[in-house]
Design a protein around this ligand. Structure first.
Ligand SMILES: [Zn+2]
Length: 308
């Protein structure tokens, strides 16, 4: 138990360090990156290469590799405006995904509206060719992950500036032990429930305090709770992951979640003092993480990267 908890804590610190938060502002400046001096060097981080691709690989759609180690061919963009959704942080150019992810989001936006959520504000999906990112996220690499803000869409079209600078809403109470009753509504629960009930959805990550609230509010229909799992962060947004699509034989499935709905005492390890109040970050300069290189990704990702 101690070992498992220590391992969980360590994994969470690492995950938190690399997260691009829904509340991180974007920019309206031109973000074109300078070309790399040695793009073909084997030590060049793959994020430097995939982070410079602004268009998808025009091949047939294929998710390649694992959610945190792979790339994406044939990506399509979620349109930045729909009847029941809007895309945020356009400067990141991360509204790309496997067509199944885009179809899921359009479906969810419609269902959410019907259960009282006014429409989706969609955060990061994937880069045009997937792959590791220069900022944030260890996953989101194969076009099957999407972040959705815990803020309902306003009744008007947001401006470019609002999409870059508006903050998502913190849904967790200040003591981190429950949701903020001034923010959390029944529609939040309904939104996550309809997302989890979609057969395409493999898993949803939410803050542990949010999971606790969902457990409390689920009522007698609780099967969907098994897909909703706690993870640090995810207090301004939730993260939806869909299953490997049938057109993607090189997509690597995630092991199924632990059995059971994961409520009650299953959540205890998330609410210890150590978990709620992690020590302040070390003052020593962090060692730069080497990051994945092309050799760490599936070989098919080389073709995705060099495609016209
Ligand atoms: Zn995410």
């Amino acid at each position: 138990m101690m070992f498992a908890l220590a391992r969980l804590t360590a994994a969470l610190f690492l995950a938190a360090m690399g997260s691009a938060l829904a509340q991180d502002p974007g920019t309206v400046e031109d973000k074109t990156l300078p070309p790399l001096e040695h793009p073909n060097s084997p030590s060049t981080p793959a994020k430097e290469l995939f982070g410079r691709k602004s268009t998808p690989d025009p091949a047939a759609a294929r998710a390649i590799g694992f959610y945190s180690r792979g790339c994406l061919a044939g990506a399509v963009a979620l349109p930045i405006n729909g009847a029941t959704w809007q895309v945020m942080r356009l400067s990141r150019n991360r509204n790309w995904g496997h067509p199944k992810l885009v179809a899921f989001l359009e479906r969810l936006a419609d269902k959410a509206k019907k259960v009282g959520w006014n429409g989706l504000l969609v955060g990061d999906m994937s880069q045009p060719r997937g792959g590791p990112m220069l900022t944030g996220h260890t996953s989101h690499q194969i076009g099957l992950d999407a972040d959705i803000w815990l803020t309902p869409m306003p009744d008007r079209k947001l401006s470019r500036e609002e999409r870059e600078f508006m903050s998502a809403t913190m849904a967790v109470r200040e003591d981190r032990r429950d949701v903020d009753p001034n923010v959390w509504t029944h529609a939040h629960t309904q939104l996550i429930r309809v997302a989890a009930e979609d057969p395409a959805v493999e898993r949803i990550f939410v803050n542990a305090a949010i999971k606790k609230a969902l457990c409390r509010e689920a009522g007698s229909d609780r099967a969907w709770l098994a897909k909703v799992r706690p993870w640090r962060g995810h207090d301004y947004h939730f993260h939806v992951r869909i299953f490997c699509p049938p057109d993607s034989p090189q997509c690597e499935a995630q092991p199924p979640p632990e059995s059971g709905e994961g409520c009650g005492h299953d959540l205890d390890p998330w609410f210890t003092e150590a978990m709620l109040r992690p020590p302040p970050p070390s003052t020593e300069p962090a060692k730069p993480k080497p990051g994945l290189t092309m050799a760490n990704l599936p070989p098919a990702c080389r073709q995705v990267l060099v495609a016209p």
